[in-house]
Write a protein of this length. Structure first.
Length: 305
């Protein structure tokens, strides 16, 4: 051992730095290895702890997700759909007819309410024929009309004149008859008409007679009492040609005449009416006959044009 000391000393003297490094680094390496082992075990423990926390968190999350949502606890009923309107059933198409006509080819009479002004033109839809056949409430029409009259004549006493202050003779008459035709215009509550009549009656207990042909222009005022009834009152004036036969002679001439009317009108439909009137008729006297006076009971049919 002692023999080798010089060699060891020489070795250490030559390799002193290297030996020193070996001697110094050996404990450091062993210390470092120990640190690494300790660090590795610490990291492993942390990783295991983190893994356990993740597993616990996943378990808690699974448990939360498995719970029922309180929002969806109550069942939701489906919302009812709005009901769709049922389309109406198609109506059968009636055969087309000519507008403004009725069966038979006759044009309908215009229908206007007297309380309203007459329109210039009718743009409404055609009236069904059933309403013309059986109207619920006939309406009066304003316009022209034609009438045919007939009635009973109750004459008053009269007489003839001889002329030139020679006096005359009185005459008594029996009941007679009247026939006439008239044309008028209805303006709503007032009428204006022209009438020509033929009046004839005989003398009582004799061969004489009287024949009167008046032409009268008359104004009539009307008051509606219902949907079919009118009250009438009027006055007329005109001229007349009268002839009286007495004792085989004829006495005649032209004179003025007048009448006063009071009566009622009955409406049958839009184009037909019946007028029942009382008239007081009289003429002026002439050189050949005295004043002629009569009570007339007349019925006239009115046809609206």
């Amino acid at each position: 051992m002692l023999n080798n000391m010089p060699y060891l000393f020489l070795f250490f003297s030559r390799e002193c730095p290297l030996a020193f490094l070996i001697l110094v680094s050996a404990p450091l390496v062993s210390f470092a290895q120990g640190d690494d082992i300790n660090n590795f075990s610490s990291l492993e423990n942390r990783a295991q702890a983190l893994s356990e926390k993740l597993e616990a968190h996943q378990s808690a999350l699974t448990e939360i997700l498995s719970r029922a949502d309180p929002i969806y606890l109550q069942p939701r009923l489906p919302q009812p759909k709005p009901s769709q309107p049922v389309p109406p059933a198609p109506r059968p198409i009636a055969p087309a007819t000519n507008p403004g006509t009725i069966p038979g080819g006759r044009l309908p009479a215009p229908r206007y309410d007297r309380t309203q002004p007459k329109p210039d033109s009718d743009t409404s839809t055609p009236t069904p024929a059933s309403q013309w056949e059986e109207p619920d409430m006939p309406l009066r029409s304003d316009g022209y009309y034609l009438g045919l009259s007939g009635g009973n004549v109750l004459p008053l006493n009269s007489g003839v004149r001889w002329g030139h202050g020679l006096g005359g003779a009185s005459m008594q008459f029996e009941n007679g008859y009247l026939a006439g035709v008239l044309l008028g215009r209805d303006f709503g509550f007032i009428r204006v008409e022209a009438e020509h009549d033929a009046i004839y009656y005989d003398q009582k207990n004799g061969t004489g007679s009287a024949e009167v042909h008046p032409v009268l222009f008359r104004t009539i005022f009307e008051k509606e009492l219902g949907t079919r009834i009118d009250l009438r009152a009027g006055i007329g004036a005109g001229i007349t040609l009268a002839q009286l036969k007495y004792g085989g002679k004829t006495f005649g001439g032209v004179s003025f005449c007048y009448d006063f009317l009071l009566g009622t009108g009955i409406r049958f439909n839009e184009s037909l009416a019946l007028n029942l009137d009382y008239r007081y008729f009289l003429t002026a006297a002439s050189d050949d006959y005295q004043r002629l006076q009569s009570n007339l009971l007349i019925a006239s049919l009115q046809f609206d044009l």
